[in-house]
Design a protein around this ligand. Structure first.
Ligand code: GDP
Length: 557
């Protein structure tokens, strides 16, 4: 029973029947962690990512550990628009080894005009790290992304950053998270002083101090560990600051909650860390605790019940499609999250939606602009597949008995605009571009119910998404387009479909459109108008996100 192959992910009693392959799979799963960082721009995500990678040795993140400017260039120069705007729109996946474990960091776009990509990346993550600026606390983008994590009930680790600068009271920051997000907090360490008088943290479980030593700007600070007694004897920390921190810690202990892993893994209790990414303070202790507390590659619901990662056959789903990452090749890449089994190069898999068998001969790992062919991958990993137009967001690939994972929901669009093609002779390219960009999930497409108005309505969660669509139509499909904004900000899908809508009769202050699956969608100028409809017709069931479809092909333009 004992031995290194026995891990908590192997169901009890299965060790006697475990083949060497399954044992190897179970070990690979036990050694994997995967997470995405959720934060508001400027909280320090790029900085934290760089520091995390420093601990990962130099494997496979080629080009990622660079000065910020350079890194941005490396990860994003596939698209001219990004260069012009100096931002990173695309998500990349970074993999690094630390303390014998393989960690996948699913990077999300950093710009505040973020898009659905950010949400979809969270669908592939098993854990989230919520990064806050200590001076700012909760910010709008963090809240939105938090909602997605909550929907998926994934563990959320909180890192309060920029402790080297004057910030808000730690207790107040935690209170904000508990009150406003309804997320209980369990500080794993507690700060001693702040700003100019930030002296380090006390590890709550060992009661050791980790001292912060100021280094030159941007340089790693040394972390020195000592006991409370040593700190008192050597006068390493002002007694007054130490007393205050200990007092606050006692207060927390008095509140009584335990670090309950079940609550952490259910996304109800957040382990909290204080640090300073820029000076590299608190990053290693965070990483160590994260490895200990994070959820391993998790089981997922599917059409055939919950699929465990140690299911022998490979399975995974497409969470993101991206075209033309490399302008020299004009190819498309499907990002697949491996959910179960071992993935091997040249494997033949089943494509659940079409029922076709596909040989995956050129799987890749992608690191910004750099790619390399992978030979194998395990649950929790992400692979890139060349996509000759056969993959769509949410598609399941599998080996063995048929399974299909739950689709990835589309997210509530907040911006709507007619997409006009002023040049009728370019219609064919226009149509091809619109259809492919929709299929890729670059934007949602709605249509007027008046069939004489054939132009598509773009529906996006961020302005940048609209610009990217226009830019790509021009540069990849050769069509110049015009956007005509519609003055709506709220969309609701009518769950009862057209019959339910007919029963209600005429609705005021609202435009009815249909989505690519010919389902009715209501557009409102604001929440107030939506509220009016709710008051008038409380029985009408509405959803802010499009219900997941499977097995039905959408209407093309
Ligand atoms: P992102 O937009 O979330 O990726 O944030 P960046 O990593 O680009 O950081 C935004 C700014 O905050 C940069 O000027 C960083 O140097 C700075 N910054 C990041 N972490 C820290 C920190 O721990 N302390 C201080 N003082 N500044 C930080």
């Amino acid at each position: 029973q004992a031995g290194p192959m026995t891990t908590s992910t192997i169901p009890p009693g299965s060790s006697s029947t475990t083949s060497p392959e399954l044992a190897a799979l179970a070990e690979a799963v036990a050694r994997r962690r995967n997470f995405a960082i959720i934060s508001h721009p400027d909280a320090g995500k790029t900085t934290l990512t760089e520091k995390l990678l420093l601990y990962g040795g130099a494997i496979q993140q080629a080009g990622a550990v660079k000065a910020k400017g350079e890194q941005r260039k490396v990860t994003s120069d596939w698209m001219e628009l990004e260069k012009q705007r100096g931002i990173s729109i695309t998500s990349t996946v970074l993999q690094f080894d630390y303390a014998g474990n393989t960690i996948n960091l699913l990077d999300t776009p950093g710009h505040q005009d973020f898009s659905e990509d950010t949400y979809r990346t969270l669908a592939a993550a098993d854990n989230a790290v919520m990064l806050e600026d200590a001076a700012k606390g909760l910010e709008p983008q963090t809240r939105k992304l938090f909602e997605v994590c909550r929907m998926r009930q994934i563990p959320i680790f909180t890192f309060i950053n920029k402790m080297d600068r004057p910030g808000r009271e730690p207790l107040e920051l935690l209170d904000e998270i508990e009150q406003q997000l309804g997320l209980a907090c369990w500080p794993v360490n507690w700060p001693i002083g702040s700003g100019d008088r930030f002296r380090g943290v006390i590890d709550r479980r060992s009661h050791n101090l980790i001292l912060f030593q100021r280094a030159e700007r941007g340089r790693a600070s040394e972390e020195k560990t000592l006991s409370v007694q040593q700190a008192r004897e050597t006068g390493a920390v002002e007694a007054e600051l130490l007393d205050q921190a200990l007092e606050e810690l006692e207060l927390l202990e008095g509140a009584g909650a335990d670090l309950d892993l079940e609550l952490v893994h259910g996304g109800e209790l957040s382990p909290v860390f204080f640090g300073s990414a820029m000076t590299n303070f608190g990053v290693r202790p965070f990483l160590d605790a994260f490895l200990e507390l994070a959820q391993r590659p998790a089981a997922r619901p599917s059409s055939a019940g919950v699929i465990e990662p140690i299911r022998p056959g490979f399975s995974g789903f497409v969470f993101k499609l991206q075209a033309n990452m490399d302008p020299r090749h004009r190819d498309r890449v499907a990002f697949v999250r491996v959910c179960s089994g071992k993935f091997e190069k040249d494997m033949t898999v089943q494509h659940a939606r079409t029922g076709r068998a596909i040989r995956l001969s050129r799987p890749q790992k992608l690191f910004g602009q750099d790619r390399e062919v992978v030979d194998d991958a395990y649950p929790g990993d992400v692979i890139g597949l060349n996509n000759p137009g056969m993959f769509a967001i949410g598609d399941t690939l599998y080996v063995g008995p048929r399974i299909e994972y739950e689709g990835i929901p589309c997210f509530t669009p907040e911006l709507f605009a007619w997409l006009r093609n002023p040049n009728p002779s370019a219609f064919k390219s226009f149509r091809k571009g619109v259809n492919e960009l929709r299929e890729e999930g670059a934007v949602q497409i709605l249509y007027d119910i008046d069939e004489s108005k054939r132009d598509p309505i773009l529906a996006a969660v961020g302005q940048l998404q609209l610009e990217v669509v226009q830019y790509r139509l021009e540069h990849e499909y050769g069509v110049q387009t015009r956007l005509e904004p519609l003055g709506f900000t709220v969309a609701r899908w009518v769950l009862g479909g057209w019959p339910a809508l007919e029963q209600v009769g005429r609705i005021f202050n609202c435009k009815t459109v249909r989505d690519a699956w010919n389902r009715p969608v209501l557009l409102f100028k604001n929440d107030w108008n939506l509220g009016q409809l709710r008051d008038d017709h409380p029985d009408l069931e509405l959803s802010g996100v499009a219900p997941v479809v499977s097995g039905v092909e959408p209407i093309a333009l």
